[in-house]
Structures are given as C-alpha cells and as structure tokens.
Design a protein around this ligand. Structure first.
Ligand code: PLP
Length: 389
C-alpha cells in the first residue's frame, strides 16, 4: 500500500508507540492518586505537556490543555469563549474552515450569533482587507485555520493576529490541526490566544489533541467534574495517549525531515501537471504559502471518486477532499469557495505525503496515474454535457 492520505490521518510512529507501551501495560496508575505509582503518571503527563508547549513555542506549559481531538479543541475554543462572553456574539471565520469550525459557526448563527464569513480568492488566499473591515467593537472571536486540510494553503496567522489585536478586542483562535508537525509554530511570538491541534495528524494515535489557551484568556471547563487539567477539562487523563502526543511532538521538532517530504511532493506535483492533460493545481502556486506535503490537483472532466477507486485498486490511497466528505457527491466547500469550476472541482484529488513515503512510491504513483486518467477520460461524458450538468 502506498499511503498518500496523511492529511486524513497518519501512522503512529514506532517511537511514539514505544513511548506509550509501558503506559498501556505496567504503568496503569491514575495521575490523581497520591501514591508514588500515581505520582509517576502525573510526571509523565507533565513531561508530555512540556513537549507540546515546546513544539508550539508556548511561553508556559500551563497554557496547554489535553483534549480528545482537534474537533473538541475547536468546539471548546469557540463555544467556550461565547459561553464566557455572552454579549460578544459577533464571530468572524472563513468559508474554508474544517467542518469542526464551519459547522459549529453555522449552528451558532442559527441560535442567535452573527457570523461574518471571510472569502478566499481563486488561489485559496484570504483577503485581509475584508477581515479588517469586518472587525467591530462587539466582535468576540475570530477563528481562522493555519493551514487548509484540502489544499494545504497556509494563512499568515501572525499577520492576521496583529490585525485583530490592532483593530478590535476580539480573541483570536487558530485551528492549527494541519499545521502542527508540518511547519514551525511560535505562539510565544504570535498574537494568537487559542490554538487547536490533533495528535493523529502527526503520528500520535487517534483520540488525543490539545488546546493552547493563552494565559490571560479564561474559558469555562469543557467537561465539568473533577479537577483534572486544572479544572479546565475533567475526566481521568488518557495517560498513554498524552505520552504518545508528547513523543510525537518531540519527533516533529526535526524539521529536516520535511525537506524530504517537500522534495517528493514537488516531484509528484510537477510531473503530474507537466504530463497529464487537463490537470490543474488547486491552491496557491506559491509553494512557500502551502504545506510542504500537500497537492490538490483537479483532473478536469473526470470524477474524483473514479480516480480514487482506480488508484485504490492500484494500491494507492488518496482522498477527494477532506476525509469527512469523501462519501458525498457534493463538491468540496473549500473548492467552491475558491470558485474552482464545477468540472474541475468534481475531479479533484488530494495527495498528502508523510514521513514514511519514499521516492519509489512516488515513481510508482507517477507510473500508474497517467493510464488511469487516460482510461477514465475516454469513458467520461463529452465535456459539453458535463458542463451543462
Ligand atoms: N481541523 C482541521 C483543519 C482538520 O483537518 C481536522 C481533521 O481533518 C480537524 C480540525 C478535526 O480534527 P480531529 O479529526 O482530530 O477531530
């Protein structure tokens, strides 16, 4: 199997698994217990908190709270802020957020909040002037992702944070789920108040995430119960998963490995665009503003689902957009927001590489893909008919 779907999820790194193993077997104590066995679990949790804080460049380890996933972190950041500040009901976000933010904001609009949706251009970039104009005295929270899960387009969160600070009293939340482990982050320096991450996107297991909460920002607890996580999220800590997240952060600090991923991604992308007719890149051409591992490419007039199936039969795993909507026939909301024509948006494939991909795998993909596209193009309805539909 050739796995080119690392934005959907990643393999647990062997180093991460080894770090977790003792906590799944012999070291099963409860970090809240007063005996030595329990206190050692507490030490493991706090060590992991330091590792997460270090990767994010957080000023204080207490700014990191463990959660179960990225969606929980996003929901807590935005929903918690509104619960704490019920009169500041104006939210600003973008049309290209992950469902965890987009669907939450749609729901909040239905129950009385006012949401301003920022648009992106055809390259998937944000119009910062629109953001400046949208900021108001009653704006409570601005939520913008750092890197887009479908296209890999990276938003300038430091610049956005400055704009928010200079023009409003709003709190700034960043969905950093796709950015962590792929590009450097420095929350000590950046004007970001809340930052979400998810372990399974960078080689920790599924079921663990974190929310960075800047020291000055107060959120009500996400789960009410015992005093875990300083009373901010009750429930006995998932020690093995927390240890795994810490180990994954340690691993991700080695950004040299990203040069390898970048090289493979660039070769894959360049060759596809150069050799396959009607292939077009979705997202900015400027590779400095895109994640090093992601290429979203449309094969015009062909259905992405069919390409996915044929690649799957060839042993290659890709995605037609975000994993959450890969069963639906609808065109991706992200590509729609970018005004990608229908005939291209339906034929979009996301290739997302990771630390375990090899040059041979890219060669194999590049040898299998042109034949699949040629075969499907021959079977696809005439271009006029597709356009009409
Ligand atoms: N935010 C972004 C940008 C994502 O890509 C994802 C997952 O794909 C999430 C949030 C949700 O993360 P999780 O699957 O951990 O809930």
């Amino acid at each position: 199997m050739i796995y080119l779907d690392n934005n959907a999820t990643t393999r647990v790194a062997p180093e991460v698994f080894e770090a977790m193993r003792p906590y799944l077997t012999a070291l099963y104590g409860n970090p809240s217990s007063a005996h030595t066995f329990g206190r050692n679990m507490r030490l493991a949790v706090e060590r992991a908190r330091e590792q997460v804080a270090d990767l994010l460049g957080a000023a204080d380890t207490n700014e990191i709270v463990f959660t179960s996933c990225g969606s929980e972190s996003d929901n807590w950041a935005i929903g918690g802020f509104l619960e704490q500040n019920p009169t500041r009901r104006h939210i600003i976000t973008t049309h290209v957020e992950h469902e965890a933010v987009r669907n939450l904001c749609t729901h909040l609009a239905e129950i009385g909040c006012e949401v301003t949706w920022l648009e992106v251009n055809q390259s998937g970039e944000l119009d910062l002037e629109h953001l400046r104009q949208a900021l108001r005295p009653d704006t409570g929270i601005v939520s913008v992702m750092m890197a887009n899960n479908e296209t890999g387009v990276v938003f300038p969160v430091e610049e956005i944070g400055k704009l928010v600070r200079e023009n409003s009293n709003a709190v700034f939340h960043v969905d950093g789920v796709q950015a962590v482990g792929k590009i450097p982050i420095n929350l000590r320096q950046w004007p970001v108040d809340l930052f979400s991450l998810s372990g399974h996107k960078f080689h920790a297991p599924k079921g663990i995430g974190a929310l960075y909460i800047r020291d000055e920002v107060k959120l009500p607890p996400f789960i009410i119960g015992g005093g875990q996580e300083q009373g901010r999220r009750a429930g006995t800590e998932a020690v093995p998963y927390i240890v795994g997240l810490g180990a994954a952060c340690e691993l991700a600090k080695n950004f040299d490995e990203h040069a390898n991923i970048l090289g493979l991604r660039n070769r894959l992308e360049d060759e596809i665009l150069a050799t396959i007719p009607h292939a077009r890149l979705n997202g900015t051409q400027n590779r400095n503003q895109r994640l090093p591992n992601t290429s979203n490419i449309s094969f015009e007039y062909i259905e992405g689902e069919n390409i996915l199936r044929h690649l799957d039969e060839a042993g290659i795993c890709v995605s037609t957009g975000s994993a959450c909507n890969s069963d639906s026939q609808e065109v991706s909301a992200v590509l729609s927001a970018m005004n990608v024509p229908y005939t291209a948006a339906r034929g979009s494939i996301r290739f997302s590489l990771g630390r375990y991909n090899t040059a041979d795998e890219i060669d194999y993909t590049l040898s299998a893909l042109p034949g699949i596209i040629k075969q499907l193009a021959a079977m696809s309805p005439p271009q006029g008919e597709l356009k009409a539909s």
